[in-house]
Ligand binder design. Structure first.
Ligand SMILES: Nc1ncnc2c1ncn2[C@@H]1O[C@H](COP(=O)(O)OP(=O)(O)OP(=O)(O)O)[C@@H](O)[C@H]1O
Ligand SMILES: [Mg+2]
Length: 367
């Protein structure tokens, strides 16, 4: 549980020290006042990146300063701090610390899980496959502390293999290293595949109860079933995945050399989300897509709680716009019965349902 946030020159927030509530926290204020910046600082202290599309890390320092710091204090007394410095030569350096000792950000999401639902979260449903893969990967990195490392290993192998393929397509270099890269990719890809399978099956096993407990989709006496379908690049039963993937790469070596890049593997995986058997990205209304994305976040919340035994912090940036009155109230009800710690930003107090207003604290200190 998050206890305290201390910000210095973080974007437009020059100085803020605030104790946060154990359950609902509301950040309400005019457009452009810094609500998302504030909420994002929590995510930033754990992940070292923003949840919105980022520009440069320079953006984390307010324009008049050469230093910024984001410090979060957690229930067990642990302290996370990201400090960013801009030198005279405009060079940026960053330091991540856990309890005043340098730490790699790779390990933090597993220890301090933070989940975000922001306006662009709906892109998981209707955006490009890369966004869905990132969503899976980022979440798996929370659940399995070694996932990020294995993913980085896979990406590194892929980069090296692609460089070799590019050379070969231009008639340079030798073919002999390809088998080595393919072996590594098959092994590392096998790990990624098994975790992705596990997660999607997990989603499907709890989505129905998630839908029921939130009340979403249970309208007009008709239950609407949400289902996730994995579309992996390599079709194989789990036990044979590594061998099948390796064979596919070896069999298609010439094809990959002609195009000059890798054509198969987890970097091409995707999944579809179906509502009553129809693909939501083509068929669903905007509100339905948004609710499905919200349900996926709630399912993630439940999985973290079950698998890690900790309750993740939930950031809900601008969550209420696009939801009708009934769905706003259902969202509030669910957040409150689960007793989760959440942060909701909004430009309009009227869109926050009464149940949330009555059970949350306002965090107006920096406005
Ligand atoms: N590095 C920075 N230095 C100073 N200001 C910045 C920096 N980066 C962003 N800002 C500004 O911070 C302000 C607050 O942005 P933020 O997205 O937090 O607003 P918001 O309160 O969430 O608004 P909305 O209601 O529109 O979502 C914006 O005016 C933005 O331009
Ligand atoms: Mg905002």
């Amino acid at each position: 549980m998050l206890k305290k946030i201390v910000l210095k020159n973080y974007r437009n927030i020059s100085n803020l020290e605030i104790e946060v509530g154990e359950t609902g926290n509301l950040i309400i204020g005019d457009n452009g006042i810094g609500k998302t910046n504030f909420a994002e600082s929590i995510f930033y202290s754990v992940y070292g990146k923003p949840f919105r599309t980022s520009g440069s890390i320079d953006d984390f320092i307010g324009p008049e300063y050469n230093f910024s710091s984001v410090l979060t204090k957690w229930g067990n007394g642990e302290i996370l701090e990201v400090s960013t410095q801009r030198s005279m030569e405009k060079k940026i350096t960053r330091n991540f610390k856990l309890n005043a000792k340098k730490v790699s950000t790779k390990l933090l999401p597993n220890k301090f899980p933070v989940l975000v639902f922001a306006p662009n979260t709906v892109d998981i449903i209707n955006g490009e496959p890369v966004l869905r893969r990132d969503e899976l990967d980022n979440f798996l990195a929370i659940i399995f502390s070694e996932y990020r490392e294995e993913l980085d290993r896979y990406k590194n192998l892929l980069k090296n293999k692609n460089a070799t393929l590019k050379m070969l397509s231009e008639g340079k270099g030798g073919i002999d290293t390809l088998e080595f890269w393919n072996k590594g990719l098959a092994k590392s890809g096998n790990y990624l595949n098994s975790k992705r399978r596990w997660l999607l099956a997990y989603f499907n096993s709890i989505l129905e109860s998630t839908q029921k407990s939130t009340g979403f989709y249970n309208f007009k006496e008709k239950e609407r079933e949400l289902l996730i379908v994995f579309n992996p690049s390599i079709q194989a039963i789990e036990e044979n995945y590594e061998a099948t993937f390796f064979k596919k790469l070896q069999d298609n070596m010439q094809k990959e050399i002609i195009v000059g890049k890798s054509l198969y593997g987890p970097q091409k995986d995707d999944f579809s989300i179906l509502l009553d058997g129809k693909e939501l990205r083509f068929f669903g209304s905007r509100g339905q897509q948004r609710i499905a994305a919200l349900l996926l976040k709630i399912a993630q919340y439940q999985i973290v709680k079950k698998e890690l035994g900790v309750s993740p912090v939930l950031i809900l940036d601008d969550i209420m716009s696009e939801l009708d009155f009934g769905n706003r109230t259902k969202t509030g009800q669910f957040l409150l019965t689960e007793k989760m710690q959440f942060f909701i930003t909004s430009a309009d107090k009227n869109e926050i349902p009464t149940n949330i207003l009555q059970n949350s604290i306002n965090l107006p200190a920096f406005l």
